[in-house]
Design a protein around this ligand. Structure first.
Ligand code: ADP
Ligand code: MG
Length: 438
């Protein structure tokens, strides 16, 4: 057994780091050991992600469908409405870029029957590819006898960005990471930035939406210029939450980006495809069949889904009777918004029925647990039952109606105590982990 200090030293000296809430540098929270994970479920999740990625490509070819599915939500939710309006304005612009990049992450919980079940699909700011690769390497280093699959999440995402950059065909252009002004997870992002420079000699600049509003222009040829540099690719690690748009200026910045020739990751359309309402809609048989090309893929996807419906008076009644069997989700990304148990009861009892169509009610996945010890901010907590959520990364580079490049290889495993409803690492719920395939 290795000492806690050795694990911390290794994490700190290999960039497995983040800032804490007081802006102090700390090692990223991790499990001391890798967690056992069934090989069959890992493989099942890989196949499922491939099929879902294909489904997303099909969806990206049907913007009218995406818009019509989101319209009932937009009537209630201002943020969704803004995004839809932005899309409708931007896609009519002469410099609307037909190449779209998605760095996706498909998240799964392991059900009590040891099957991977889809939690959600992230299409914007899918994070932890950088730190996940470092976590795998740390666990492989200390436990060489474990069966931990190699993890190419970092290299995969930077290659995706590099391929988009290449298709822009301008050797001097840079990639702009759109970031929150205070980002505690900046090193996860930095690893991608460093890899882009090391392997491809592509330069990265980092800007907040406010800085873009002040410093970016689109020239008469449609090129996005920031601080005198032409931008080939805009990679959003911010912009998915209303808090990223405190004033009109940030919306103006987003519109400027969308009306430029720079390739966006994600495109506004792919951003919209990641809305939880879309997941609810394609989980229903008619649409799922319409969007899925072959029967094998259809079977795989069906086996990976749990029941997910738009909130309505009758399913709300059911949820009130069994509030711990459901998760109620608003049209928000980024953690901290879901309701279950007593919070679900309070919400349903105090929310007018007109608001219901913005919310989706999802069957709670009764996840398998695995005992592990957690190391957070130099403190070791005793072994406890943890729930692991597997995220599989996918890259999808689309030009109009064809796929220019796609890949699926990297993963993120994060684990949380059973009493935690949310799954965020930055929010302090989950810690980084690695699968020991059994
Ligand atoms: P977001 O990450 O956008 O906040 P998620 O849908 O990923 O939203 O939900 C946050 C967390 O809640 C997940 O990481 C997971 O831990 C938990 N969760 C979400 N849906 C379910 C579900 N159906 N069953 C059990 N846990 C869930
Ligand atoms: Mg999530």
């Amino acid at each position: 057994m290795f000492t806690t200090q050795k694990i911390i030293d290794h994490a700190l000296s290999h960039g497995l780091i983040m800032l804490d809430n007081t802006q102090q540098l700390t090692h990223a929270p991790i499990t001391v050991l890798p967690s056992n994970y069934p090989n069959t479920a890992f493989k099942q999740a890989q196949q499922l992600s491939q099929d879902l990625q294909q489904l997303f490509f099909t969806l990206s070819q049907q913007p009218e469908l995406v818009i019509s599915l989101l319209q009932p939500v937009a009537k209630i939710d201002e943020f969704t409405r803004h995004l839809l309006e932005l899309y409708q304005t931007a896609q009519q612009h002469p410099y609307y870029q037909p190449i779209q990049l998605g760095l996706l992450r498909f998240d799964y919980l392991l059900s009590s029957t040891k099957q991977a079940k889809l939690v959600e699909i992230n299409t914007i700011a899918s994070s932890f590819a950088g730190l996940a690769t470092k976590t795998t390497k740390l666990h492989q280093f200390f436990y060489p006898d474990n069966n931990i699959p190699n993890n190419h999440s970092l290299a995969q995402l930077s290659l995706g960005l590099a391929n988009a950059w290449q298709s822009y065909q301008q050797a001097n252009a840079v990639i702009c990471f759109v970031v929150q002004s205070q980002e505690n997870n900046r090193f996860d992002q930095y690893h991608i930035e460093a890899d882009l420079w090391q392997r491809f000699k592509i330069k990265v600049i980092r800007c907040s939406l406010s800085e873009i509003n002040q410093q970016a222009t689109v020239n008469p040829q449609g090129k996005l210029i920031i601080k005198q540099q032409e931008v080939a690719v805009v990679y959003f690690r911010a912009g998915y939450h209303p808090n990223d748009y405190p004033t009109k200026q940030q919306w103006q910045a987003r519109l400027l980006l969308e009306q430029s020739l720079a390739i966006k990751c994600p495109s506004l359309l792919l951003h919209l495809c990641g809305k939880k309402k879309i997941q609810q809609a394609f989980s229903q048989p008619p649409l799922l069949q319409q969007l899925t090309a072959n029967s094998k893929a259809l079977k795989t996807i069906e086996a990976g889904l749990v029941d997910i419906q738009v909130l309505n008076p009758s399913n709300a009644e059911l949820a009130l009777k069994n509030p711990d069997n459901y998760i109620l989700k608003p049209p928000r990304e980024g953690g901290g918004h879901n309701k279950t148990g007593q919070a679900l009861i309070n919400f349903v009892q105090h929310t007018p029925i007109e608001q219901y169509p913005a919310w989706i009610l999802m069957e709670k996945i009764q996840a398998t647990t695995y005992d592990n010890a957690v190391l957070r901010q130099n403190q070791l907590s005793p072994k406890q039952a943890l729930i692991s959520e597997l995220g599989l990364f996918g890259v999808l580079l689309i030009q109009s109606n064809k796929i220019l490049y796609q890949s699926q290889s990297g993963y993120l495993l994060r684990s949380k105590p059973i009493n935690q409803a949310e799954g965020g690492i930055m929010a302090g719920a989950s810690v980084l982990d690695s699968p020991n395939l059994v």
